[in-house]
Design a protein around this ligand. Structure first.
Ligand SMILES: Nc1ncnc2c1ncn2[C@@H]1O[C@H](COP(=O)(O)OP(=O)(O)O)[C@@H](O)[C@H]1O
Ligand SMILES: [Mg+2]
Length: 511
């Protein structure tokens, strides 16, 4: 059977990168086809080729059996291709209807706004994309703005819909609603190309999946026959460990000791309300909680970024409650903050400078007050190799890297300092499975080397798979501390909502 849309041996190079290398893809009528690949695999480039934003260097794109030569998205849209980009392209000050019809307004001489509203309402019913045509875009949630983008495509009579990482900015609820829309489109015979780097999503929504890696299409398989593990391996190109094996911890002395800590937020509210715990050498202490329950204020206070309102923080027996962040770092503390762009990297600096940011006054990076570029460069190269930072160019400015690679640079820097205490907040947010595995391994390696690790994450699975003990925070209070060996997801989930397990919990070693 002739495919609805077919990409044959398409190649596209950018200076220094072969973004698409003889890519093949065949989209059948009425299927949801996922393109799965890590960041940088070439997914968006392929979609932009299909949408006429780029022209292929070689190969061809066929639609319903005919070779296409799109010079611009205008040509692609005219041929029936609809695309919703990773970043929306709507005008916030205009209404939904105005945005949908923009450039193809109804009305002979003057724009017939009533007619626009009527048509948009009809489309919105036909495609089950409920949204008020008269609402201002700026007042809509991200999920609703995305619907408007989809409506725009169908107003222009799209016969196929391309969604590029459509769930990146959606809440779980909005994601489920989007999936409903996709299922409805499928039932109407409209094929959907669904781009993602998330395994679970692909498995939930797609009929077939084409895996891309390093600019190539690796394989196309039916989703029903593929396990998460198989897909992860195809995506990364080797056996990926979705859950890290680790030996039981052998904890030593208490490195961090937090006593009755209270922290007041910017709004003068007490965000951390009398928290006590300790983190021992050679253990990972995970702090679980729903966002906004004081966990990030807690670690900011330990790192010295927020003032201690009450209580104390001891590092290796010494009271550091009132030291500056720099003094704490000098005492052997490392911090990987949640907001890497704000606190973690200097975006205008290159990777060498960022890597030695904390240690540039020390040997071997400095001698008699002079910066030693070569040792710093070598050190950076080694770290980039070990943490698989891409592209492997130490002279890139940090700001030019993808978010995932920025995160790897920060972790590499902090981990390589062999700190006594490492605080990590959301270490794998936004990263690919392959990168997550690497970072989890490094954290466990550091633990096994005797570092005390304080981990904060909103991903319960990450807390469960890494931690030796888990503290659960709710409303600024530590509700309980449990052993990760015996804790269950359900138990921690309940604690996160502030519900104590009946009969209280077992005693776990403390202080
Ligand atoms: N316009 C461009 N100019 C230069 N390089 C680009 C451009 N677009 C993408 N790239 C590079 O091509 C590769 C593939 O990128 P992309 O298609 O965006 O991947 P994905 O969407 O899978 O994350 C990356 O190395 C990226 O840096
Ligand atoms: Mg992309």
């Amino acid at each position: 059977m002739e495919a609805f849309l077919e990409v044959r041996d398409v190649t596209k190079a950018f200076p220094g990168v072969l973004a698409n290398d003889r890519v093949n893809l065949s989209l059948q009528a009425g299927e949801v086809h996922a393109i799965l690949g890590e960041n940088g695999a070439g997914k968006s480039t392929l979609m932009k080729l299909i949408y006429g934003l780029y022209q292929p260097d070689a190969g061809e794109i066929r639609l319903e059996g005919k070779t296409m030569h799109f010079q611009s998205p205008r040509d692609a849209i005219r041929a029936g291709i609809g695309m919703v980009h990773q970043h929306f392209m709507l005008i916030p000050a205009l209404t939904v209807a105005d945005n949908v019809v923009l450039g193809e307004e109804p009305g002979r001489i003057r724009y017939d706004r009533k007619e626009a509203v009527r048509r948009v309402r009809a489309l919105s019913e036909q495609y089950r994309l409920a949204v008020d045509p008269t609402a201002k875009i700026g007042s809509l949630s991200v999920g609703l703005q995305q619907r408007v983008e989809i409506l725009k495509a169908f107003y222009r009579k799209a016969k196929v819909l391309i969604l590029d990482e459509p769930t990146a900015l959606l809440t779980p609820q909005e994601t489920e609603e989007l999936f409903e829309v996709v299922r409805h489109l499928k039932s109407q015979g409209i094929p959907v190309l669904f781009i993602s780097h998330k395994l679970d999503e692909v498995r939930a929504i797609a009929d077939r999946v084409t895996v891309m890696r390093a600019g190539r299409t690796v394989e196309t398989v039916p989703v029903a026959g593929a396990t998460a593990q198989e897909l992860a391996n195809l995506m990364v190109g080797r056996d990926v460990v979705l859950r890290i094996d680790k030996q039981p911890a052998s904890p030593g002395r208490a490195v961090l000791d937090v006593r009755d800590l209270a922290v007041v937020g910017d709004d003068k509210q007490e965000r951390v309300r009398g928290v006590s715990f300790s983190v021992h050498a050679g253990e990972i202490f995970g702090l679980a909680g729903i966002d906004g329950n004081g966990q990030f204020e807690l670690v900011d206070a330990v790192a010295g970024l927020l003032r201690v309102a009450r209580g104390s923080i001891h590092l290796d027996g010494e009271d550091i409650s009132h030291l500056t962040p720099a003094q704490r770092i000098a005492q052997g503390m490392s911090y990987v903050p949640q907001d890497r762009q704000l606190d973690g990297l200097v975006l205008e600096f290159d990777l060498v400078e960022n890597t030695i940011l904390r240690d540039f006054r020390r040997r071997p990076f400095s001698r008699a007050g002079w910066l030693q570029r070569l040792p710093a460069l070598r050190h950076t190269e080694r770290l980039m190799e070990r943490f698989d930072v891409r592209p492997r160019n130490p002279e890139r400015r940090a700001g030019e890297l993808s978010g995932g690679n920025q995160q790897k640079v920060i972790l590499a820097r902090e981990v390589s300092r062999n700190p006594k205490l490492l605080i990590v907040a959301q270490p794998t947010r936004g990263l690919d499975v392959g990168a997550i595995e690497g970072i989890h391994r490094e954290l466990i390696r550091l633990r096994d080397a005797g570092t005390a690790v304080l981990l904060v994450s909103l991903e319960l699975d990450e807390i469960l798979s890494l931690s030796d003990r888990i503290g659960v925070i709710h409303h600024g209070r530590l509700v309980d501390i449990v052993s990760a060996q015996t804790a269950t997801r359900e138990q921690i989930g309940l604690l996160m909502t502030g519900t104590q397990a009946p009969g209280g919990s077992e005693e776990v070693f403390n202080t």
